[in-house]
Write a protein that binds this ligand. Structure first.
Ligand SMILES: [Zn+2]
Length: 361
């Protein structure tokens, strides 16, 4: 608001923009600087002092050598003020040369969502690859799912062998194999690697196109997966996921891959979580995140935490209490247990390692 007070009028005069466009520009720029500021503070400058101790200095915006750049022309459009759906199937948009009405291409589910009562929010008009895109957020109010009305609990473990493994309170498990997905990712990675070695203008362009195609494909997989999970269980289901912040996956696999691939994998898991959250909310179910600590090492039967009981070579979890199960199920079963504790009133359920007593023979 302070910035707006200072420069609103001069921007309007200098660039001949309408008032909405000026406000949109100010909003977009301040939002980008806020993000940049946050990112800077997350990566502090560090150095070793004469005693060899690491010193950290939080970075501020002064650390930027260049101002934040905007390469894609964009503008926010407020519904029914700057853009409007017309009864003839076109869309009207306010431009610097007055209001124009244009044809548009929409994804197939667009009309269904409109019929289901989803409302349109402030859209962003962007220009990319010589085309204009209108990104329209859609929202719908839902009844929040109350803890008291939960009928099912489902623990969902995300991993590599199985993209998701689930366990529910009727003791059923589902596995969605990750092998086909891993295979396809591997192929994408191989093509990317070849193009990277070439390093020509043309190969760089193709590299970008391939990355985008991979992202679209992964998003589609996640959409289908989230949809299948939500539809399989009725409303009033509590889905329990592990909190992935700061988590690295199976260390053995990590050593063999590089950071970039791991980032991509985390991104895919994070996206699945986002999709699951909104799809679950839509039908009146709930998704919670719980601490991932010991969820892959704890015996679901007796509660002992022991990494050695998980046998990677034959994919089995074997406990001293006699309990045995497929090792991919262990995580899901433990998440299910944390879900039960959540419903029982523990707002931040997590496992702690208890001392194991070994009995000498
Ligand atoms: Zn046990």
């Amino acid at each position: 608001m302070r910035l707006q007070d200072k420069i609103y009028h001069s921007i309007r005069e200098d660039f001949q923009l309408n008032s909405q466009m000026v406000i949109s520009a100010l909003k977009t720029v301040t939002a980008r600087y806020k993000t940049t500021k946050e990112q800077l503070s997350q990566n502090p400058y560090r150095y070793q002092d004469d005693k060899g101790k690491w010193q950290y200095i939080t970075k501020t915006l002064e650390w930027l050598r260049k101002p934040v750049n905007f390469r894609i022309p964009q503008c926010d459009l407020v519904r029914n003020r700057n853009y409007r759906l017309l009864s003839n199937g076109k869309i009207s948009i306010t431009t610097l040369e007055g209001t124009i009405s244009v044809d548009f291409l929409a994804p197939p589910e667009w009309q269904t969502l409109l019929n289901e009562g989803w409302s349109l929010g402030t859209a962003k008009l962007i220009r990319q690859n010589k085309s204009w895109y209108l990104c329209v957020p859609m929202s719908k109010a839902t009844e929040p799912c109350e803890k008291e009305s939960v009928k099912n609990i489902v623990g969902i473990d995300r991993g590599l062998n199985f993209i998701v493994a689930t366990a529910d309170n009727s003791n059923k498990s589902f596995f969605y194999s990750g092998r086909a997905i891993q295979h396809k990712r591997h192929q994408f990675a191989k093509t990317r690697q070849k193009l990277q070695l070439k390093n020509t203008r043309k190969s760089r362009r193709r590299l970008l196109a391939i990355s985008k195609r991979e992202n679209r494909w992964m998003s589609d997989v996640n959409h289908c997966l989230a949809k299948a999970l939500v539809n399989h269980y009725s409303a009033d289901t509590l889905f329990v996921l592990e909190d992935l912040t700061g988590i690295t996956f199976d260390e053995k696999i990590l050593r063999e891959t590089n950071q970039q691939r791991n980032d991509k994998r985390s991104w895919a898991f994070y996206q699945l979580e986002q999709f699951l959250k909104y799809k679950a909310e839509e039908v009146g179910s709930l998704v919670i995140n719980v601490s991932a600590k010991y969820t892959s090492q704890r015996c679901p039967n007796c509660g002992i935490v022991d990494k050695a009981q998980r046998h990677h070579n034959d994919h089995e979890y074997r406990c001293t209490c006699g309990y045995r199960t497929n090792d991919d199920r262990v995580g899901a079963l433990n998440l299910l247990e944390l879900g039960r504790r959540f419903l029982a009133g523990d707002s931040k359920p997590k496992f702690v390692k208890t001392k194991t007593i070994s009995i000498a023979d």
